[in-house]
Design a protein. Structure first.
Length: 195
C-alpha cells in the first residue's frame, strides 16, 4: 500500500472517529428533559417492573366526593360546596363547583362580584360568610393589589359546564363550627367547617 493511500485511509478513520465522539458528547450533555423520550420496547422490560402510570399532570383531577351543601341559583346554576377548612395561616378556604345545568349559556355572572369594581374583574368576590353564633360577617380576602382571593374570570358558563369555585376568608374563631354562605343570585347555604 502506498503512503499516500494509507494517509487517506487513516484520515478518513480519524474523521469518522471524531464525528462519533462529537455525537456521543452531544448525547451526554446537560440534557433537555423537555424533549420527548423514545418509547421503550415492551419486550425489554424486566418481569418485576410495573406498568408505567401517567404523570399527575396527565390525568384529570378527581371530582371531590364530599358534599357539604348544594344550592340553586337562577337559570339552572348550581353551587356545590365540597370543602370548608381552616388553614394554618388563620384563613378559611371554601372550595366547590359552579355548574350550569340549564340549556343555554349563563351570562349573568356580574352580580357574583358584589361591590367589586375592577381589580378582580368578573369573580365571586361578593360571597360572604356569616357566623350566626358570633354575630359576625366575613368578606373575601384581598391580595396587596386589591384582587380577591377567589375564583375569577367567570364571564360566561356554557350549558353543562362546571367550573371550580374557591374563596378565602379570615377564619372564624375555633369554637365556630358552622357558617352560612351567601353568593348573590344563589340561596344561602349552611356549611360545616373542618380543621
Amino acid at each position: 500500500m502506498s503512503t499516500r493511500h494509507s494517509a487517506k485511509v487513516r484520515g478518513g478513520v480519524a474523521a469518522a472517529v471524531a464525528a462519533l465522539l462529537v455525537t456521543a458528547a452531544a448525547g451526554c450533555g446537560g440534557g433537555d428533559d423537555n424533549k420527548p423520550k423514545a418509547p421503550q420496547d415492551p419486550s425489554s422490560k424486566s418481569q418485576g417492573d410495573s406498568p408505567k402510570t401517567p404523570a399527575p399532570n396527565d390525568s384529570p383531577k378527581p371530582t371531590p366526593t364530599e358534599v357539604l351543601a348544594t344550592v340553586n341559583g337562577e337559570a339552572g346554576m348550581t353551587l356545590t360546596i365540597n370543602r370548608a377548612a381552616r388553614d394554618a395561616g388563620g384563613f378559611l378556604t371554601v372550595e366547590g363547583q359552579l355548574k350550569n345545568t340549564g340549556t343555554g349559556p349563563y351570562v349573568n355572572t356580574a352580580p357574583w362580584r358584589g361591590n367589586e369594581l375592577n381589580s378582580s374583574g368578573v369573580s365571586v368576590a361578593g360571597v360572604t360568610l356569616v357566623d350566626k353564633a358570633g354575630k359576625k360577617r366575613y368578606y373575601v380576602l384581598r391580595d396587596t393589589d386589591g384582587r380577591c382571593l377567589c375564583t375569577t374570570g367567570l364571564a360566561i358558563i356554557e350549558a353543562g359546564q362546571s367550573v371550580p369555585f374557591f374563596a378565602q376568608f379570615p377564619a372564624p374563631p375555633a369554637a365556630t363550627t358552622e357558617v352560612e354562605m351567601s353568593l348573590p343570585t344563589f340561596a344561602t347555604a349552611t356549611i360545616k367547617i373542618s380543621g
